[in-house]
Write a protein that binds this ligand. Structure first.
Ligand code: NAD
Length: 299
């Protein structure tokens, strides 16, 4: 039997993800506070929801793709929220990047209603969402994962059940540490090369063959040289994720000095009108400190 799906949050990521489910023939009820986003999905064949509670009442599986932890807590746990309308035996899948503690609260609330929950944040960006090639990192029970897997297969490629509730969000936090710290490392490396008068284009090419090669050197190194800072992944969302990392580290009594440095540099960029830029624009903070731009010597 085809499951009835609810999808809440039709932004940069949610819109193409919901579209893949529609294309695969799933009956979909959608909701977004931005009416135009909801109308586009309805025009594509979805039914319009009126509240998170009403979406849940009509759905076997409710998927959320919202900006931040307070949004997820409001939409799922708040008044007229998903939990109020959730049927026994239903499944809630939050695919937003939020606090692991939010994921555990959602899982507990779902259990209290005789339902299941998964945290399933993604990596791969807008391109991955559009091409259905997202990496999906999942926390929750094996049975719930197996039930969700056909849906995940329509949206992503590398899909892993990592552990219990919250484990997906912990994995995503680990991902964001590696990405953020590597952007900072690539920024410093290209800045050093450029200031020394060595062509950063050639430096990037040379390093791509060796141990320092990475997707970030490849893609974001190129963005830094070409000065293409249109998002992509907005710095304000990556700063939100670094705050999730640092809040979680604090709960664990863990010191993460590299993550803290990167978060501070992101704060600086946001204060310098960079909130909406791609996260590769972090390089401009290093350039301010150096009073020198990488592009100045790129040949
Ligand atoms: P977005 O801001 O484009 O989309 C969020 C959508 O949620 C918007 O359409 C907004 O109107 C809607 N929304 C907000 N509050 C709502 C509410 N109360 N009820 C209904 N709808 C509501 O964000 P995005 O880029 O799609 O990101 C969504 C999540 O995915 C975030 O947690 C982000 O960190 C994560 N993520 C984003 C990317 C990326 O490249 N953009 C990559 C990986 C993960």
């Amino acid at each position: 039997m085809t499951e009835q799906i609810g999808f809440i949050g039709l932004g940069i990521m949610g819109k193409p993800m919901a579209q893949h489910l529609l294309n695969a023939g799933y009956p979909l009820t959608v909701l977004d506070v931005v009416k135009s986003a909801q109308e586009q999905a309805v025009a594509a064949g979805a039914m319009a929801g009126t509240s998170p509670k009403s979406v849940a009442e009509q759905s076997d599986v409710v998927i959320t793709m919202l900006p931040d932890s307070p949004d997820v807590e409001q939409v799922i746990l708040g008044r007229e929220g998903v939990i109020e309308g959730l049927r026994a035996g239903a499944l809630v899948i939050d695919m937003s990047t939020v606090l692991p503690s939010t994921a555990r609260k959602v899982a507990q609330a779902a259990r209290d209603k005789g339902a299941d929950a998964l945290d399933a944040p993604v990596s791969g960006g807008q391109v991955g969402a559009v091409n259905a090639t997202l990496t999906i990192m999942v926390g929750g029970a094996q049975t719930a994962f197996e039930r969700a897997k056909p849906l995940f297969d329509k949206m992503g490629k590398n899909i892993t059940l990592v552990g219990d509730a919250g484990a997906g969000q912990i994995t995503k936090a680990a991902n964001q540490i590696i990405v953020g710290v590597t952007i900072a490392a690539v920024s410093e490396a290209l800045l050093l090369a450029a200031k020394a008068g060595v062509d950063p284009v050639k430096v990037r090419e040379a390093l791509m063959g060796g141990f320092a090669s990475s997707r970030i050197l490849e893609l974001h190194g190129n963005r830094m040289i070409q000065r293409t800072f249109a998002p992509g992944f907005k710095i304000k969302l990556h700063r939100k994720d670094m705050n999730l990392v640092l809040n979680t580290a604090r709960e664990l009594g863990l010191s993460l000095p590299m993550s803290a440095q990167v978060a501070e540099l992101m704060n600086g960029l946001i204060a310098n009108d960079g909130a909406e830029l791609d996260h590769s624009a972090l390089v401009t903070m290093f350039e301010k400190l150096a009073n020198f731009e990488i592009g100045a010597t790129a040949k």
